[in-house]
Design a binder for this molecule. Structure first.
Ligand SMILES: *Cc1c(COP(=O)(O)O)cnc(C)c1O
Ligand SMILES: [Zn+2]
Length: 419
C-alpha cells in the first residue's frame, strides 16, 4: 500500500511537472499538479498526495521557518509572512509530574496568525497563484479562516470563509474580519460548512483551502521536520512519540508523510519513526473510536460538542491518511474530557505558555496515556500545542482566576490582599 512506512519511492509519471505530481492514495492514479484544479481523484474520489521525483535530505535544509524545507515542498518560495521556526519549549514541571524522560512543547501558537494553519497557507496560497484561481475559500472552526484571510490578503486575493454560527472563538473571527475575508456564518456545525464549501469549490466558485487540499499538508509537514531537527540537536535522537490534537487529522497525515519521505530517502530508520499519538475531545472522538475498534473507516459523528472548538469535528476528512499514520508508527489515539483539557491548559500556562483549549488536549492526552501505562517513563515526547491562548480569550478567562473589584485607595487594596 502506498501509505505504508516501507513503501518504495514511485517512478516519476509522464504528467509530472518539474518532478512534482499528485497521486491518489486509493487507486494510485497520477495527475499533473498545476494544470487543473483538483482536490480528490477523478477516478475514485480518493484523497490525493503530492509526490516528488527527488526526496529531501537533512543536508538540503537551509534558511529559517517553513521555507527552510523548500526541498520538501513544491516550490522554492511561497506567499510568506515568516511562518514556522516556532519554539520547542522545555517544560520541566510538566515533565516531572507526567513522568517521562523528556517532554517538550512545540508551540504552534507562535506563528504569524497564532496557529499552525499558517504553514499550510503559505504553500496553499502559492499554489492558488500558480493555478491562477480567483477567490479562495475555506470552512473553519476559526483558525483556518484567520490564516486564509491573512495569507490571501498578503497574496492580494479575495477570501471567503464559512463558519459555524456561535461556535467560533472571538479572536479568530476578529482576525478573519480585519484581514478582509468575507465571512458567512452558517446555521450548522463545521462539518456542514465543509460540505457546502466543497460543493462551491466543485462548482468552480472558489479554490478550496481546507486540509482536504493536499498542498496545505505539504506546508504542515514542516512541523514534523522542525521537531526532528530540534530533538536531534538537543538529544542526538528523534522523539519516541509525538502527541497532537486531532480535528480533521491534517497534521497527523502531514507529520506521517514527512516521516515517510525521510524513511524513503534513507534519512530516518523505519524503527525510529516517532509514534504518532492523536488526542480528541470525548464529545468529538470519531478517530479514537476507529482506532479502538480497529476499523478501516471512521464513522461520521453528527452531533459533536466540546469546549475545544478547534477540534469540534465529527467527520475528519483526512482519516484515510491519518489512520495508517497512527497504526504504522505504533501510535494510538485517546479521548479526554473538557475538564481534563482545561486542567492541562492551566498547567501549561503555569509554565508560562499560553495555549487555546484544543492545544491543551495534547498534554491532557499524554497525561492520561502515561497514567494508563501506554506511554513509558523512558520516552522522549513532543506535544504539539496548535494555537495561541489569545485565540479564545473567553475560554482563557473562564479557566483562569477571577478579577477582584477593589476601591481606589491603598488601604482598600491592602485589606483585599489580606483576605
Ligand atoms: C485546525 C486545528 C486543529 C486540528 O488540526 P487537524 O490537522 O485538522 O487535525 C487543532 N488545534 C487547533 C488550534 C487548530 O486550529
Ligand atoms: Zn483514485
Amino acid at each position: 500500500m502506498s501509505l505504508s512506512l516501507s513503501a518504495e519511492q514511485p517512478d516519476e509519471p509522464a504528467d509530472a511537472d518539474d518532478g512534482v505530481w499528485l497521486e491518489c492514495i486509493e487507486c494510485g492514479d497520477t495527475f499533473a499538479p498545476f494544470d487543473d484544479v483538483r482536490y480528490t481523484c477523478d477516478e475514485c474520489d480518493g484523497l490525493l498526495e503530492v509526490r516528488y521525483a527527488e526526496l529531501p535530505t537533512f543536508d538540503d535544509f537551509d534558511g529559517h521557518g517553513v521555507w527552510r524545507y523548500a526541498d520538501a515542498l513544491p516550490f522554492a518560495e511561497g506567499v510568506s509572512i515568516q511562518e514556522g521556526a516556532t519554539p520547542l519549549y522545555e517544560v520541566p514541571r510538566l515533565e516531572d509530574e507526567i513522568g517521562v524522560e523528556a517532554l517538550r512543547i512545540k508551540h504552534e501558537g507562535m506563528n504569524p496568525t497564532g496557529s499552525f494553519k499558517d504553514r499550510g497557507m503559505t504553500v496553499g496560497v502559492r499554489v492558488a497563484k500558480e493555478l491562477g484561481v480567483g477567490r479562495l475559500a475555506c470552512a473553519s472552526t476559526g483558525n483556518t479562516s484567520a490564516a486564509l484571510a491573512a495569507y490571501g490578503s498578503r497574496g492580494g486575493m479575495e477570501t471567503l470563509v464559512l463558519l459555524p454560527a456561535g461556535k467560533v472563538a472571538a479572536g479568530k473571527i476578529a482576525q478573519a474580519s480585519l484581514h478582509g475575508a468575507r465571512i458567512l456564518e452558517v446555521d450548522g456545525n463545521f462539518d456542514a460548512c465543509l460540505d457546502i464549501v466543497q460543493e462551491l469549490a466543485n462548482q468552480g466558485e472558489a479554490y478550496l483551502l481546507n486540509s482536504l487540499n493536499p498542498f496545505r499538508l505539504e506546508g504542515q509537514k514542516t512541523i514534523g521536520l522542525e521537531i526532528l531537527e530540534g530533538f536531534l540537536a538537543d538529544y542526538d535522537a528523534v522523539p519516541d512519540r509525538i502527541v497532537l490534537p486531532v480535528g480533521n487529522a491534517g497534521n497527523t497525515s502531514a507529520l506521517y508523510k514527512a516521516f515517510r519521505e525521510l524513511v524513503q530517502a534513507g534519512e530516518l530508520d523505519e524503527d525510529d519513526v516517532p509514534k504518532l499519538t492523536g488526542v480528541q475531545a470525548e464529545g468529538a472522538a470519531p478517530m479514537v473510536e476507529a482506532i479502538e475498534n480497529d476499523a478501516d473507516e471512521v464513522r461520521r459523528w453528527d452531533d459533536v460538542e466540546t469546549r475545544a472548538t478547534a477540534i469540534r469535528i465529527g467527520n475528519p476528512v483526512n482519516a484515510p491518511k491519518a489512520l495508517p499514520g497512527i497504526r504504522e508508527t505504533g501510535g494510538t489515539a485517546v479521548a479526554v474530557s473538557d475538564e481534563e483539557i482545561t486542567e492541562a491548559q492551566r498547567d501549561i500556562a503555569g509554565e508560562g505558555i499560553g495555549v487555546e483549549p484544543a492545544s491543551a488536549a495534547s498534554i491532557a492526552g499524554l497525561r492520561k496515556l502515561r497514567a494508563e501505562g501506554v506511554v513509558d517513563d523512558d520516552e522522549r515526547v513532543a506535544c504539539l500545542t496548535t494555537g495561541h491562548l489569545l485565540k479564545d480569550p473567553d475560554a482563557a478567562a473562564a479557566a483562569g482566576s477571577e478579577p477582584e473589584p477593589v476601591p481606589a485607595d491603598t488601604d482598600g487594596v491592602l485589606e483585599q490582599l489580606s483576605e
